[in-house]
Design a protein around this ligand. Structure first.
Ligand code: LLP
Length: 419
């Protein structure tokens, strides 16, 4: 879906130069076909499982609408993500409201929407109970378990380690179910964990699944009938060209374990998964224009996108492939470091990359930017967020307009006494 034609990078049948000319840069560009290919791969690999899209990876409504049409549910981590999911058409019965620090307002909103909750603490359970009682509502819940599993990924995106802030320790969670069972209007129907992100091996998923079954067996004895076992998301993508796992490989590793262990339970919970990155990550490029090339300690290429738009390299030392999108046929000849316009030395998007000769005005494509790209953007340095474009064959559409200066001041209020 991303290929070179006559030296220009195309997204499906649209030249990125056409989008840059019409929309400007920087701009995020997504291939609809690639998104649907990813969705189909998950659907084919997990026919009898429930797939919840992790909205945090990319909350563009057009993308979310496509995802919901492929019969995905949604994993939401905030009131805002819940709001967006309902607009995008996700079925509320298949929305799981996650989060380790839910406010009363969040809980009210989730209860009114009739979604399931993943409960992260006994305090949260108490808040849900109080609000459900007050509003005469029934709430179905799972507990988020801290499974104490090393997912072998970047420490900042490991979420199920003993020291992580998420979930109830696995050796204390049975007690939590016992407490929940005593509360009217609260119905425990699931168990949930998430061990981390950008995971490139199957063994941590198998370990997590086994841990969930070990706990579910004990909890069933208390009288809970499980409707789902949710092992979260986390499947990695191939940022570096060294390979990653497909949904099929994941299903081949975990479904046999799942089937086998199901026979140990009385209830028949469905397997739930919450993929984010592996749905949207490789569908999108960030296209950015070169403002200046400078020979200093290094060959710096200064572009118009910085960590305000793609924070992953600065935050996790993440690697994203890059290409000179208007010189795709040219040989790589020099080593460049691509930097953004932000007033921080850490504003480096790609380090020491061998590329064709780069000049002012060239377009740089940063690949695999669909997950945790725009979703983590900010207005730091007074930088406006850029547009997002969705390509479908020969047609394309601006699915999010670029911000304007008005967006910098929209919510600011200067006290009268300063005039
Ligand atoms: N479910 C839960 C409860 C999660 O916390 C996450 C991600 C997911 C599902 C989706 O995981 P995925 O399939 O996308 O790996 N900003 C970081 C990633 C943070 C992931 C946080 N949780 C990055 O850019 O690498």
């Amino acid at each position: 879906m991303f290929e070179a034609r006559n030296g220009i990078l195309y997204v499906e049948d649209v030249a990125v130069t056409e989008i840059a000319k019409n929309v400007g840069t920087p701009v995020y560009i997504t291939s609809k076909s690639l998104l649907e290919r990813n969705l189909k791969a998950y659907r084919d690999a997990f026919k009898n499982s429930e797939l919840l899209y992790a909205v945090k990876a990319n909350n563009n409504l057009a993308l979310m609408k496509i995802i919901s049409r492929w019969d995905f549910g949604a994993d939401v981590f905030s009131d805002g993500e819940l709001y967006l999911s309902l607009i995008a058409g996700f079925d509320r019965r298949r929305i799981l409201f996650n989060g380790n620090s839910k406010s009363e307002k969040d809980i009210e909103m989730g209860i009114n929407a009739g979604v399931n909750f993943s409960v992260d603490s006994l305090d949260e359970l108490e808040s849900i109970y109080e609000i459900a009682k007050r509003d005469s509502k029934e709430v179905e819940i799972a507990f988020r378990v801290n499974p104490e599993i090393d997912p072998k990924t970047h420490p900042k995106i490991a979420t199920g380690l003993k020291e992580s802030k998420f979930g109830i320790p696995h050796d204390e969670v049975v007690k939590a179910y016992e407490i929940a069972l005593k509360k009217e209007r609260i119905k425990p129907i699931g168990i949930h964990c998430h061990i981390g992100s950008q995971i490139l091996e199957t063994s941590p998923f198998v370990e997590a699944l086994n841990r969930m079954f070990d706990i579910a067996k004990k909890v069933e004895k208390l009288g809970v009938e499980f409707e789902f076992i949710d092992i979260g998301g986390g499947l990695g993508i191939d940022y570096e060209g060294k390979g990653s796992l497909t949904p099929k490989q994941l299903s081949e590793a975990i479904l046999p374990v799942y089937e086998r262990r199901l026979s140990e339970l009385n209830s028949e919970p469905k397997l739930w998964l919450e993929p984010g990155r592996s749905i949207v990550g490789n569908t999108t490029i960030l296209l950015t224009k070169v403002n200046a090339v400078k020979r200093a300690f290094k060959n710096f290429v200064a572009v118009d996108a910085g960590f305000n738009l793609l924070i992953r390299p600065a935050m996790y030392n993440a690697f994203h492939r890059v290409a000179v999108a208007n010189k795709m046929e040219k040989e790589a000849e020099e080593v460049y470091t691509i930097v953004g316009p932000i007033c921080e030395s850490g504003d480096v998007l790609a380090k020491d990359r061998k590329l064709p000769k780069v000049e002012k005005g060239d377009l740089i494509a940063i690949f695999d930017a669909g997950a945790y790209g725009f979703a983590m953007s900010s207005q730091y340095n007074g930088r406006l967020r850029c547009a997002e474009v969705l390509v479908d064959g020969r047609r394309w559409w601006v699915v999010r307009e670029a911000e304007s200066y008005g967006d910098l001041v929209a919510k600011q209020r200067i006290p009268e006494w300063l005039f």
